[in-house]
Design a protein around this ligand. Structure first.
Ligand SMILES: O=c1ccn([C@@H]2O[C@H](COP(=O)(O)O)[C@@H](O)[C@H]2O)c(=O)[nH]1
Length: 233
């Protein structure tokens, strides 16, 4: 199936039943879904099968970060489950990313492989405490350039960095951006945020949206309002 919408709904629920309850209200021709650490750790790969059975393309957001052999095996295992996209941490380095890329290619697995650059919950002070002193934009560009050199399909970054990456690396390089907040929504623990329409205008290729939809009093109305905002750009 080819999904025209850039929206990826983060199914951050504590059980497979709750996640599928939400998925059953979504239309797989109008959005993709994301399975992250909490849901996957609770439900296991069964949730992927259940979502695929409902027609969804799934982003498995487990952010692998380990030695090259381990990450290559994990990425292969994810792709074997038929997921549309999987990710790893770019800070795992060149050899780790190349090993993951090579493993997918060896097995002719078409799953998109992308790298997390700087988490959207982090700002300059958080980065400085980890020894990264140049700020988010510089670090995102450094890690995205490395990911591109390693043959990855794109990155997870914030929409604040998307335009610069499009200029420096190319428009086709995927910019998957969490930290999406409609104007009226709370930032929660996110720090580098943008509205859906501004994020698309800035060059995001995909928008990850969780709580503004899943925790809304009327999730379907919240989603419809994001879709309307995007239709207006
Ligand atoms: O840098 C990152 C990488 C991943 N995420 C994930 O995206 C969603 C965002 O959810 P919201 O509720 O819309 O904040 C969540 O699953 C994160 O694990 C991210 O936010 N930032």
């Amino acid at each position: 199936m080819s999904v025209a919408s850039p929206l990826i709904i983060a199914l951050d629920y504590t059980s497979q039943d709750a996640a599928l309850c939400m998925a059953d209200r979504l239309d797989p021709s109008r959005c993709r879904v994301k399975v992250g650490k909490e849901l996957f750790t609770r439900s296991g790969p069964g949730v992927l099968e259940a979502l695929h059975g409902r027609g969804f393309e799934v982003f498995l957001d487990l952010k692998f970060h380990d030695i090259p052999n381990t990450v290559a095996g994990a990425v292969e295992a994810a792709a074997d489950q038929g997921v549309w996209m999987v990710n790893l941490h770019a800070s795992g380095g060149r050899r780790m990313m190349e090993a993951a890329r090579e493993r997918l290619d060896q097995h002719r697995l078409a799953t998109h492989l992308i790298a997390v650059t700087v988490l959207t919950s982090m700002q300059e002070e958080d980065l400085a405490e980890t020894g990264v002193t140049g700020g988010a934009a510089e670090q995102v560009l450094r890690l995205a350039t490395l990911a591109d050199e390693c043959g990855l399909d794109g990155v997870v970054c914030s929409s604040h960095e998307a335009a610069h990456l499009s200029e420096r690396i190319g428009a086709d390089f995927l910019k998957v951006t969490p930290g999406i907040r409609p104007a009226s929504a709370l930032a929660d623990d996110q720090r580098r945020i943008m509205t859906p329409s501004a994020a698309m205008a800035a060059g995001s290729t995909h928008l990850v949206v969780g709580r503004p939809v899943t925790q809304a009093s009327d999730p379907m109305q919240a989603l419809a309002s994001i879709e309307q905002e995007l239709a207006g750009i």
